[in-house]
Design a protein around this ligand. Structure first.
Ligand SMILES: Nc1ncnc2c1ncn2[C@@H]1O[C@H](COP(=O)(O)OP(=O)(O)OP(=O)(O)O)[C@@H](O)[C@H]1O
Ligand SMILES: [Mg+2]
Length: 464
């Protein structure tokens, strides 16, 4: 965090300074895990379900933290506030206000926020110091904590913005208002909470509504619900996509045998060829959004194209391609799943598996609400239409197999695995060189399968 006295922190958060000299300096990281290193930093104590962070205040101070922010006096130097998240929000807001040189980039969408945030971070880092930490810190806790990583040297702060309801993104934008805001897509993710894709669009569009008139809204031109957000912003609109309407456009898209896309990046300031090292057709739209932001930040088109060729996966279990020494390829896309991201992953699987066998291990997709059965059937149907050779549905994902069974031409094998251990057996028994295995599901539901297949890795090579 930028350098502040504890007294300033107390004033900003509306808290009460305890056990400390008001002039005590806080200049290190803000952390809520007492095990994280935080020399001169601020330890935020939360009351968890099982542990109370306040009990670790002394440990954090002994390990180098300057002070504690919590809701009660721990006997350590600190600030006592009414509620931690509101205090973090106020602190983060103040920090952004003190960094006039900073360009704040906000990103939302149903699928690919973390992936694309990592790409944007890798591009902008070529222009100046950039804060875009790996992982998915996109909520009322992770978001302000990311903001608080900005320093006077930071030029770009790239923020993932998540929404589980109306008003969530507006709240985050109130903490740190982006000047550049990008919306990737509107899919069925979290549809259980939004009710419909239109409801999701309403919530995600709060990002472009928050942009200033001198800001930039980067919108995916190929997603009608995203393109329609142009009418909801005062900012200049840049359309990114493959359609004619896009000012940052991909033309002549091709996929190689490893599922990596190449395209001609066409912009108002010239064109350049792009060859991606990351896997999946869906990376075209993700990288176009990243390109539009880098171009706006002043990177020349040739440099953008070259940098896009070098972007890699920074956050784990997202289209992570592992080439095993035995000739088997694992696509670990098990971080999370919804019907659109599963469709993207299945297409990558079949692009990569041309010539060999393709095996899809699909786990339950959470948060689909009344779309649950239909969503699982839809991906099963697509797997069958794409000609996946073996489809393994893990535990509550069984409806996937019903969807596949609805495609009469499909000659593939259908396996219902009661749990991850059964799924592992269903995959590992007869693997041979050339096989490509996709593992995907919501959160932990297929992680053991992915890890078991990874453990079979002899080279441990991860590409790119
Ligand atoms: N443009 C896209 N369209 C569809 N699926 C995508 C797209 N980009 C990434 N994915 C896939 O979506 C899944 C989630 O990716 P990622 O973690 O980047 O998304 P997210 O929006 O940050 O998700 P979360 O809501 O969990 O934070 C991964 O499996 C990824 O491969
Ligand atoms: Mg994310």
């Amino acid at each position: 965090m930028i350098r502040m006295t504890l007294d300033e922190i107390a004033t900003i958060t509306g808290g009460r300074l305890v056990n400390a000299d008001p002039a005590l300096i806080v200049s290190g990281p803000v952390e809520y895990d007492s095990r994280a290193p935080m020399p001169q930093g601020l330890f935020v104590a939360f009351e968890g379900e099982n542990v109370d962070g306040h009990d670790y205040a002394a440990t954090a101070i002994a390990a180098g933290a300057a002070a504690v922010l919590g809701t009660r006096d721990t006997g350590q130097p600190g600030v006592v506030v009414e509620e931690q998240l509101a205090a973090l929000a106020k602190l983060a807001h103040e920090v952004v206000g003190r960094l006039p040189e900073l360009t704040v980039v906000g990103l939302t969408g149903s699928s690919g926020k973390t992936t694309t945030k990592d790409y944007i971070g890798q591009l902008l880092a070529r222009l100046g110091e950039t804060v875009a930490p790996a992982g998915s810190p996109n909520n009322e806790l992770g978001f302000p904590c990311t903001v608080l990583k900005a320093t006077p040297e930071t030029r770009f702060l790239v923020l993932e913005m998540g929404a589980r309801g109306i008003g969530h993104i507006a709240y985050l934008a109130g903490i740190a208002a982006p000047r550049i805001g990008a919306v990737l897509n509107i899919g069925a993710a979290h549809i259980g909470e939004f009710g419909s894709k239109e409801g999701t669009a309403q919530a995600k569009g709060e990002l472009v509504e928050s942009l200033p008139a001198d800001g930039v809204a980067v919108l995916n031109a190929d997603d009608p619900l995203v393109a329609a957000m142009a009418s909801r912003t005062a900012a200049r609109v840049v359309l990114a996509g493959e359609s004619e309407a896009s000012t940052v456009r991909a033309e002549h898209v091709t996929l190689d045998s490893r599922g990596r896309a190449a395209y001609e990046l066409v912009t108002g300031s010239g064109s350049a060829p792009v060859q991606l090292a990351v896997t999946g057709r869906h990376q075209v739209s993700n990288t176009l959004v990243a390109a539009a932001i880098a171009l706006d930040a002043g990177m020349p088109v040739a440099a953008v194209a070259e940098a896009l060729g070098e972007v890699g996966i920074r956050s784990s279990r997202r289209m992570d391609v592992v080439e095993r020494a035995d000739g088997v390829t694992l696509i670990d896309d098990s971080y999370n799943a919804n019907p659109s991201s599963t469709a993207a992953a299945l297409r990558a699987l079949t692009a990569m598996g041309a010539g060999g066998r393709t095996i899809a291990v699909l786990g339950y997709m959470a948060e689909l609400g009344d779309q649950e059965v239909a969503g699982h059937e839809e991906v099963g149907r697509l797997a069958a239409e794409l000609g996946v050779h073996r489809l393994v549905a893990v535990a509550e994902a069984a409806a996937v197999l019903d969807g596949a069974a609805g495609v009469p031409e499909w000659k593939g094998e259908s396996i219902a695995a009661a749990d991850q251990a059964e799924a592992i057996l269903a995959v590992t028994g007869d693997l041979r060189p050339g096989d490509v295995v996709l593992v995907k599901g919501s959160r932990y539901r297929t992680w053991k399968v992915a890890d078991a297949l990874r453990a079979g890795t002899v080279t441990g090579e991860v590409s790119p």
